[in-house]
Design a protein around this ligand. Sequence first.
Ligand SMILES: Cc1ncc(COP(=O)(O)O)c(C=O)c1O
Length: 391
Amino acid sequence: MTVPASPRPNPLTVPTLDALKARTSAKWGRFEPDVLPLYVAEMDVEFAPPVRDALARAVATGDVGYRTGTAYEESLVSFAAERWDWPTLAVEHIVAVPDVITGYTDAITLVTDPGDAVIINPPAYPPFFSFVKGAGRRIEESRLGADFRIDLESLEAAFQRATTGGRPAAYLLCNPHNPTGTLHTRAELEAVAALAARYGVRVVADEIHAPLVYTDASYTPYLSVAGERADAFSLMSASKAWNLAGVPAALLIAGTDSTADLARYTSVPRHGPSQLGALAQTAAYTQGGQWLDDLVAGLDANRHLLGALLAEKLPKAGYTWPEATYLSWVDLSAYDLGGEDPSEFLHREARVMLNSGPTFGTGGEGHVRINFATSPAILTEAINRIAHVMG
Ligand SMILES: Cc1ncc(COP(=O)(O)O)c(C=O)c1O
């Protein structure tokens, strides 16, 4: 008699609440014990089994020296060919870096000078602003449209302002976009590439969320659109999709016309990722596909659950339906909170921690970012608590 295989669990329902509360990283470790944390981009999951095994093997055998070789780079090349139908990505164009923020900051520093402009689409991931400013560059905003898609007219105006007088400029593109979960289409990316070529703006595409795309949408890698001669860069990492922020690593990819810049980058001393980070992420890209599919199915269910809960319990909330990521951008401005930032009010009154909208820049007022990478039970409890205090 054959025993039917037991269904694979939804990764979002595996850790118990007690296990989550015992965690020491930012999501569960930073705020008071009664607070439900749906803020920072960590997920309430355990390791994908192949990632856990790779790390356990390294720890058990003491294989924690300096990283060498190109297994990590090769793992992305294979993943990109299989998942994104992008067969032309080549290891020679990829350099491993400690993490994505380091990668985009270094790429911007490489192609612009102090005081030059970097274009950003607010509302946007707060460390876009802080690290660009920290690198001595100034920010030129091109706000997303009301539909949270790139507004090409506004982008062109920003490119024009940024390059006045022939100054170098870079565009920090987020694909998919954090916090709205917008997935830029091939046509939109083609238009971006054409504008970038016309104004000589160097595109740096942060594509950290790329594996987290729902099955009713499809992700297009920026460099696969910008063409073989792109003078752009892309940053990829397994750290969001497999929850590896604590074992970081990332890959900086140069378009063909950026290879001289990449050579300049590698000719000076710099750090790469740790051995554990590279081992974990290599295992994720090469053997983590099944777990990723199970995760995305669980996230998809939560995306629908969140939409239904908000419609029922917070009908005045504006829910941005994410096409990718486990983040959703919610407009609470129809609720009268006396001008207080909703995330502060909800932390204090509902004991739920969300990301504060204003930290995402222009357009963030009255908004919160909700991280729904948790169990349906925790998500439901959090929205119930919020509804209770919002009346
Ligand atoms: C768009 C984006 N870029 C970068 C990061 C952080 O990447 P890393 O931890 O590899 O520096 C995040 C984390 O949430 C993110 O959302």
